[in-house]
Design a protein around this ligand. Structure first.
Ligand code: ADP
Ligand code: ASP
Ligand code: MG
Length: 491
């Protein structure tokens, strides 16, 4: 009988120290008894942040801090090696491998210091080091416990475009490479341990998939191998009804559709990289989110259609690292094609617009972009409209950097009274809503609030829909149509 194939990804906290790696080994060992397993690992928690910081410091010429960082990095990995790897031969092989990688990282930083320039390509190579260190470490820990294993770099498997820092896979080549390099290992009974987060261009240049991108690595490999299941092992019990750091009563969602999970991820649920589900759209492989530190919990199952019954709210998310730009005021009336020119301008500066709303009479447009591109976007918009509005005394493009987006995600929200209940509850709690966007897909209601109101907005909405009172199973948190609800026709 064919053994099922599972791709299991372990995040940064799951491989954060020797005790965590030991838990990971146990989970893989149990799974490998009944299925073929491909493992994907992140860097140890915090390592990628520090690597990026080392790149930035190298560019600034701060060689001393960089040297100190590499010393700390070596020590942190050595502690895990010394705790988990007892065979002398394995330990010296692994130590040699790690020394080569660390030397490569230091050289890249030295080169950056010499040039005083951190290119996107160098930044990717430096930030990839954490995964390139953790994969051989986990493979050795598995072998030590009797699970035959081999580390493999995703640069050999995942071919990407050359968009450094946010690369996307070329699936046809990736599929061929997985067939050529991973299947023979599986046939030999080995557990391949693949570096998350990275790939390489057709020319072999290392790329990264974006921060938090190891989730995406797992679904890319799962899709390429036609896996039966993909499991993302992390530090919470699954996908929750809200970020547990902001809403203490958040509950695990038992099952959710690809679409809803993708909306939650896109609007800030850090537990999944926003692109994770893209790789699965055409193959429908179930994706699980499970807790490495509570493997007895069943976690969240993400399926193409979600649970069969139920309309209503699945969860809430927020993004605080955003700014709101308004193009408007009386002077804008009569300016030709404001909408078209606004979005041509945001596209030209490559600003990802997260939310838009437009009022009808004065052409006021409000758009929310991430904070990192807010200044350049405002400057570009001011240039675009400068000629039309030269006679205006009032500034027509303004920026508010103190806002946040809160998003309510659900299914078939049309006519369910959700909009009315949301804003009724927020009104009673004194949360002022600045702008609103309700997608025609009817699975996403987003609104802008001041950043200091964000937590209150989440807690209030979570309470209003009783998302925390019982575990969501697809039926018990359904929101019914309530014609008495204030503002119910906002939808
Ligand atoms: P990993 O290192 O395993 O990839 P991440 O830190 O990237 O883990 O993602 C897990 C974290 O995401 C959780 O610890 C939690 O704080 C945060 N999070 C935010 N929103 C949600 C949500 N809706 N459900 C679960 N976790 C969430
Ligand atoms: N280590 C990478 C990051 O921190 C990728 C990941 O953990 O998913 O962004
Ligand atoms: Mg993550």
């Amino acid at each position: 009988m064919r053994r099922p194939l599972r791709v299991m990804k372990f995040g940064g906290t799951s491989v954060g120290d020797a005790a965590c790696v030991a838990k990971v080994v146990e989970i893989i060992r149990t799974a490998s008894r009944e299925s073929d397993v491909v493992v994907v690992v992140s860097a140890m928690s915090g390592v990628t942040n520090k690597l990026i910081d080392a790149g930035t410091k190298s560019e600034a010429g701060d060689g001393a801090s960089v040297e100190l960082f590499f010393k700390g990095l070596r020590e942190r990995h050595d502690v895990v090696v010394n705790t988990l790897i007892h065979s002398a031969a394995q330990r010296s092989r692994l130590s040699r491998k790690m020394a080569v990688l660390l030397q490569e990282g230091e050289r890249l930083c030295q080169g950056t210091t010499l040039l005083r320039e951190l290119t996107p390509r160098a930044r990717d190579s430096i930030s990839s080091l954490g995964e390139r260190l953790s994969a051989p470490l986990v493979a050795a820990a598995l072998t030590e416990c009797g699970v035959a294993s081999q580390a493999i770099e995703a640069t050999e498997l995942i071919q990407t475009d050359s968009c450094h820092g946010a690369a996307d896979p070329c699936m046809d080549v990736t599929r061929e490479r997985c067939d050529a390099h991973l299947r023979p290992l599986l046939r030999k009974g080995l557990v391949p341990v693949v570096t998350g987060f990275i790939g390489a261009t057709a020319g072999g240049v290392l790329t990264t998939l974006g921060r938090g991108g190891s989730d995406y690595s797992a679904t890319i490999l799962g899709a390429a191998l036609d896996a039966d299941e993909i499991l993302i092992w992390t530090d919470v019990d699954g996908m929750l009804t809200a970020d547990p750091r902001l809403v203490p009563g958040a509950c695990t969602i038992a099952e959710i559709s690809y679409r809803e999970a993708a909306e939650l991820a896109h609007f800030g649920a850090k537990v999944l990289h926003p692109k994770t589900l893209r790789a699965l759209i055409h193959c429908g492989i179930p994706l699980w989110i499970r807790n490495t530190f509570a493997p007895e919990q069943s976690g969240t199952k993400i399926t193409p259609a979600g649970p069969p019954n139920g309309r209503g709210i699945r969860g809430l998310t927020c993004i605080s690292d955003v700014a709101m730009i308004t193009v408007g005021g009386p002077g804008i009336v009569g300016v030709p094609d404001v909408l078209g020119r606004t979005f041509a301008t945001t596209a030209a500066v490559r600003a990802n617009v997260l939310l838009i709303s437009q009022s009808s009479s004065q052409n006021d447009i409000c758009l929310v972009v991430s904070s990192s591109v807010a200044k350049s976007t405002v400057e570009a918009l001011r240039r675009e409209f400068a000629h039309d509005l030269a006679h205006e005394k009032v500034e027509h493009v303004t920026l508010d950097p103190t806002v946040a987006i809160v998003t309510v995600v659900g299914r078939n929200m049309r006519g369910s009274g959700i909009v009315g209940r949301t804003f009724g509850a927020l009104g009673r709690s004194g949360v002022n809503v600045i702008a609103i966007a309700l997608g025609s897909s009817e699975c996403n209601l987003s609104f802008v609030v001041s950043r200091e109101d964000m937590k209150d907005a989440l807690v209030t909405t979570h309470r209003e829909f009783q998302l925390g009172c019982t575990e969501y199973t697809g039926a018990n948190v359904t929101v019914s149509c309530d014609s008495d609800t204030p503002n119910a026709d906002n939808a």
